[in-house]
Design a protein around this ligand. Structure first.
Ligand code: TXD
Length: 319
């Protein structure tokens, strides 16, 4: 059977890390695409030279021509600009919306059967715009945010509880912004809900509240430390987990920005919810029972995403 084809649109910090992870895991042949000449080609050549050491067989090429993404099975989009200190994710909308238009047209013309994972910020608006511009089926276009936000939440909880990260499973729903919704009711350590662990003396409500706040600010914390850009190792790792769920028809239930058609009382919008990812893409939206606080927080998150979409429509009247 021919190898799968992974196209990475954007060969920057996340794009290069995606390529390295996909090659190490032998997910398929890899095309790195970017508008900057030389960067995708240079990174592809450098990564190819990891092959003899790591022992992976993957044809890794760099390109500035969308024709080279033809027939891609999975496309992961990081094209655009990242935050600098003092910038919000929403500040990126003016530039990145235009980038999504170019990327969407490139995908439409060359790889309309791909499963597309959008990473570019502001994520919830960019994934919706990318789907509009590409014209792909809604279930074949998803956004990566919840897997990253949940991983941040899980890491902080594992540190607090002093347990293995292997046993921590958390859910962060809603938009990829300050309004994201860490759902304690579905966050567990070996199946034990976080609130039970607090009652058992593993931590305190105050500490857990601090961790929820730190999770919401997880991206900004790294931007402030790096000063030159935003996080890229965990974002790339998160998107690769989603790509593997699709390529391996794993039926994983992951928190992803998916297109809602009435679920959670939301219609015609992308927002972070539990999604079953398999060979059909976003195969099923899982509607979990939320308590009143989580419901209220999700509504705040949805309203914030709606505002971003209005801003997009104000910039590009074709939306
Ligand atoms: O959880 C999440 N979804 C977020 C997303 C986590 C971290 C970062 N988040 C966003 O991903 C971030 O705010 C950016 O919007 C994207 C990509 O972040 P990255 O750190 O990879 O940015 P870089 O290193 O600047 O890389 C972006 C590349 C760069 O090489 C540009 O030349 C290229 O995008 N670029 C383009 N490629 C193709 N087509 C166009 N038009 C284009 N414009 C820029």
């Amino acid at each position: 059977m021919a190898r799968k084809k992974i196209a990475l649109i954007g060969a920057g910090n996340i794009g290069g890390t995606l390529a390295h992870l996909a090659a190490k895991k032998e997910l398929g042949d890899i095309v790195l695409f970017d508008v900057v000449e030389g960067v995708p080609q240079g990174k592809a050549l450098d990564l190819s030279q990891c092959g003899p050491i790591e022992g992976f067989d993957a044809k890794i090429t760099g390109s500035n021509d969308y024709k080279d993404i033809a027939g891609a099975d999975v496309i992961i989009v990081t094209a655009g600009v990242a935050r600098k200190p003092g910038m919000s994710r929403d500040d990126l909308i003016g530039i990145n919306l235009k980038v999504m238009k170019a990327v969407g047209e490139g995908i439409k013309a060359n790889a309309p059967d791909a499963f597309v994972i959008c990473i570019t910020n502001p994520l919830d608006a960019m994934v919706w715009a990318l789907r509009e511009f590409s014209g792909l089926p809604h279930e074949k276009v998803v956004g990566m945010a919840g897997v990253l936000d949940s991983a941040r939440f899980s890491h902080f909880l594992a540190e607090e509880f002093q347990v293995s990260v292997k046993d921590v499973n958390t859910f962060v729903l809603g938009g990829h912004g300050d309004t994201m919704v860490p759902v304690l009711k579905y966050s567990t350590v070996s199946g034990i809900p976080v609130n039970d662990l607090v009652a058992m003396g593993f931590s305190s409500k105050e500490k857990i509240d601090e961790i929820v706040t730190r999770t919401r600010g997880g991206g900004g914390e790294i931007v402030a430390l790096l000063k030159t850009g935003s996080a890229y190792y965990a974002p790339a790792t998160s998107a690769i987990a989603m790509a593997e769920a699709y390529l391996g028809d794993q039926k994983r239930i992951l928190p992803c920005a998916a297109y809602l058609t009435g679920q959670y009382g939301v219609d015609d919008l992308y927002v972070g919810v539990p999604v079953m990812i398999g060979a059909g893409g976003a195969e099923k939206i899982v509607e979990v029972e939320l308590d009143d606080e989580a419901k209220a927080n999700l509504k705040v998150s949805v309203d914030a995403v709606k505002e971003l979409l209005e801003a997009c429509k104000g910039i590009d009247s074709s939306l």
